[in-house]
Design a protein around this ligand. Structure first.
Ligand code: TRP
Length: 335
């Protein structure tokens, strides 16, 4: 039986962090045997608000691929795809933009809050940024994906993808399945400073590529219960990022439970709780570091993963676009 398909992606704008892992990447790993997965490095989409930094995007394309290989995504079974190298992404985005109501785009809550932020930035809000959800819908529909594992903030885009797929099928011909979304175990991992979710722009991240030393340092300075002045004061576990990370990454559940109990009774210092967290995080990150060290030495494997996946995605894209053009009555006059 033919495997069902996953398409998901990431904008190449920086290194991946723990929030990406529990919010999405972990699901990608779990799905990669059962589905044929296309993992997209969305460099067109990154241009939307980084058009002045094309070099940074190109560097990030390789960094993202390295992050993916480091966590154990397997390019022999799945496809690593560079969006700009499958130009059909742009063609389908253009065609789908014709059947996407502007008012529907304007109502998209994720786009709304992001555009407000981008509008404040030096280069302002570009048309390309404002229409990126349409491009993302094209990403998903181009390989006829059945499932899209993403972070929670992406759900409005998947909902739109379902609507546009339905509309296309009704209006022209039955071409696209309606993709389903799948969100991760921890939809919003808080940042180390408790100011909001972990994100590069807030500078409150632990990156998958951070060394043990860096992790120790960050954890030592992490935000914790501000009402607690001494180790003998009863502490709060709820809403405390140190314990949120323990819950998310420490697989010794007994230790976590025991620390929580002592914390609430004022029988353990923050230093001890943080030391055991740093240890758990490094235990989690160690195998990722080992694989990264391998691929840093085998750079050709990284390039080959990208070339091979992108070529295979191109074949899939060409076949869908033939169907799309024929459904929409777009004829070729050049043979
Ligand atoms: N918008 C996604 C992000 O910022 C990246 C992305 C691009 C994507 N195309 C996609 C995600 C298609 C899922 C499906 O992380």
């Amino acid at each position: 039986m033919k495997k069902k398909r996953v398409l998901t992606g990431i904008r190449p704008t920086g290194p991946l962090h723990l929030g990406h892992y529990v919010g999405a990447l972990e699901n990608w790993l779990a799905l990669q045997q059962e589905y044929e997965c296309l993992f997209l490095i969305a460099d067109y989409q990154a241009l939307g608000d980084h058009a002045e930094d094309t070099e940074g995007i190109q560097r990030s394309v390789l960094d993202v691929a390295l992050d993916w290989l480091s966590i154990g995504l397997d390019p022999s079974q799945n496809l690593f795809v560079i969006q700009s190298n499958v130009v059909e992404h742009a063609e389908l985005a253009l065609l789908l933009s014709m059947i996407t109501p502007l008012a529907r785009l304007q109502r998209n809550p994720t786009l709304k809050s992001e555009s407000e932020r981008v509008e404040q930035a030096a280069s302002g809000l570009s048309v390309g940024f404002f229409t990126y959800p349409v491009s993302q819908i094209a990403d998903i529909l181009l390989p006829k994906a059945d499932l899209v594992p993403v972070g929670e903030d992406q759900l409005p885009h998947i909902e739109m993808a379902r609507e546009i797929a339905r509309k296309f099928n009704r209006q022209y011909a039955e071409v696209f399945p309606e993709p389903k979304a799948l969100t991760g175990r921890v939809p919003r991992l808080v940042g180390t400073d408790n100011r909001g979710k972990m994100s590069k722009s807030l500078n409150n991240c632990i990156f998958l590529k951070d060394s043990a030393e860096t992790v120790n340092q960050i954890v030592r300075r992490m935000y914790t219960d501000p009402t607690r002045l001494r180790a003998t004061d009863p502490g709060h576990v709820e809403g405390n990022p140190v314990f949120e990370y323990h819950d998310a990454f420490n697989d010794n559940k007994e230790e976590v439970q025991e620390l929580k109990t002592r914390y609430e009774k004022g029988r353990v210092g923050d230093v001890e709780v943080k030391e055991s967290l740093a240890k758990a995080l490094n235990h989690f990150l160690d195998p990722i570091r080992t694989r990264r060290a391998y691929f840093e030495e085998h750079h050709d494997d990284v390039l080959e993963a990208l070339r091979d996946g992108t070529r295979r995605a191109k074949v899939i894209a060409e076949s869908t676009m033939e169907e799309v053009r024929s459904a929409m009555g777009i004829n070729s006059y050049t043979g």
